[in-house]
Structures are given as structure tokens and as C-alpha cells.
Ligand binder design. Structure first.
Ligand SMILES: [Zn+2]
Length: 216
């Protein structure tokens, strides 16, 4: 089993709270390097200051979750290799969701690693076309009519129990701050059983707010 062990894990789809119209408006921290670090067990942070990528080793396989922005491929590769793991040893590139800030570097990382890309079936079109259809934060004015399914996802994820959460935006879960606390001597800095519910509650509230705007 991929996510074996005593600690239950999940990783999350990031919620874009602000509309980002052009590349130059992306936050600078999304492409700023930060040192890789171990979270727990064989789970490592290999992303940038503002965008998460995680390397998980389990059962002889190495899985890289998310690639971050297109220009970050070399940076993520360097972080993986700083852990002593050649990028070519990565077996699977696993995507949280097909937005440029998470999927942007996948093509280059796939080329460099030879790994297989695993993603949700619903993201196939976006990945094969290099853009995401129907996202209100990508200058599309309204949500597509799938609100019931979105709400079901909030319920499903909100009911999960997770000791450690790996959010696709580190700021959503204070990942870098937790690493600093852990390094300062708190061995349980990454363990927060309330975090997943808090993130889901915030995401649900943001969704309902956006939906009420779209319905007007
Ligand atoms: Zn994002």
C-alpha cells in the first residue's frame, strides 16, 4: 500500500482565493527556492516557498506529488536530488489538480524522470491541453453546473481523519512554519488532527461565496 504506516495522510487541492489574470501577477514565493526537508517517515517537502511538492518513498517506489510552476522543474529536481534520490528513481508523478501552479512542471519532470503521470480522470482534458476549463479563477465568469458534486467532495474530505496534512499550497497548513517548529524541538509539529477540517471548512466557505456571486 502506498500510504502505509500508523499515520494517516491526505493531500489537498489548493483553493485559489484570488483571481490571477497574468503570469506576472503570480506570487513571487511560488518560484522562490526553499531547502527540502523531511516531514515524517519517508515523506519529504521538495517544493518552493509558496508551492508544495512532496516526495514519498514506500515499498521500493518513489512518488512525487505535484510539479509546481513550469519554470520550477529544475528547482524541484534539485530538491529531490539533494535528498540523495536521483530524479530518474521517481516512478510516479502524482497530481493533486490540473492548475498551472501544480501541474505546470509535470511535462518537464516527466521528460527528465521517465516517470508515469497519475492524475484524476476528470483532469485528463486539462492536462492534455495545458489549460483548465471552467475555473472561475481563470477568467471564466461562471461555475459549470456541477455544484452538487463539489459539495459532496467537501463532505467526503471533511469526514476524513488525518494526523498529517500535505496541502498543495504550504501556506494552507503552515508547512514551512511547522518544519521550523519541528527543527526547534517539537517532534509533533506536523501532527494536527484539526487541520484537515479547518482547510475544508475554509474551502467550502470560499466555494459558497463564489457560487453566490456566479448565480447573480
Ligand atoms: Zn494552487
Amino acid at each position: 500500500m502506498l500510504f502505509a504506516g500508523a499515520i494517516s495522510l491526505t493531500f489537498l487541492v489548493g483553493i485559489r482565493l484570488a483571481s490571477l489574470a497574468a503570469a506576472e501577477e503570480f506570487p513571487a514565493e511560488w518560484t522562490e527556492p526553499t531547502r527540502p526537508f523531511r516531514i515524517v517517515g519517508d515523506i519529504y517537502y521538495v517544493g518552493t516557498k509558496g508551492l508544495a511538492a512532496y516526495l514519498i518513498r514506500s515499498g521500493g517506489e518513489a512518488v512525487l506529488i505535484d510539479g509546481t510552476m513550469p519554470e520550477n522543474a529544475a528547482l524541484v529536481e534539485a530538491n529531490v536530488e539533494a535528498l540523495g534520490i536521483p530524479l530518474g528513481d521517481v516512478d510516479i508523478l502524482l497530481l493533486s489538480h490540473a492548475h498551472i501552479d501544480h501541474a505546470g512542471a509535470l511535462a518537464e519532470l516527466k521528460r527528465r524522470s521517465g516517470a508515469a503521470v497519475y492524475a484524476s480522470e476528470g483532469d485528463r482534458w486539462a492536462l492534455e491541453n495545458g489549460k483548465h476549463d471552467g475555473d472561475s479563477a481563470y477568467s471564466f465568469p461562471t461555475f459549470p453546473p456541477v455544484t452538487v458534486d463539489y459539495r459532496r467532495s467537501f463532505g467526503t474530505v471533511g469526514a476524513m481523519e488525518a494526523d498529517v496534512v500535505l496541502p498543495s499550497h504550504p501556506g494552507l497548513g503552515g508547512v514551512l512554519q511547522r518544519a521550523a517548529r519541528r527543527d526547534a524541538g517539537d517532534p509533533r509539529a506536523f501532527v494536527d488532527r484539526a487541520l484537515l477540517k479547518r482547510i475544508v471548512d475554509d474551502a467550502r466557505a470560499a466555494f459558497e461565496k463564489e457560487l453566490s456571486k456566479a448565480k447573480r
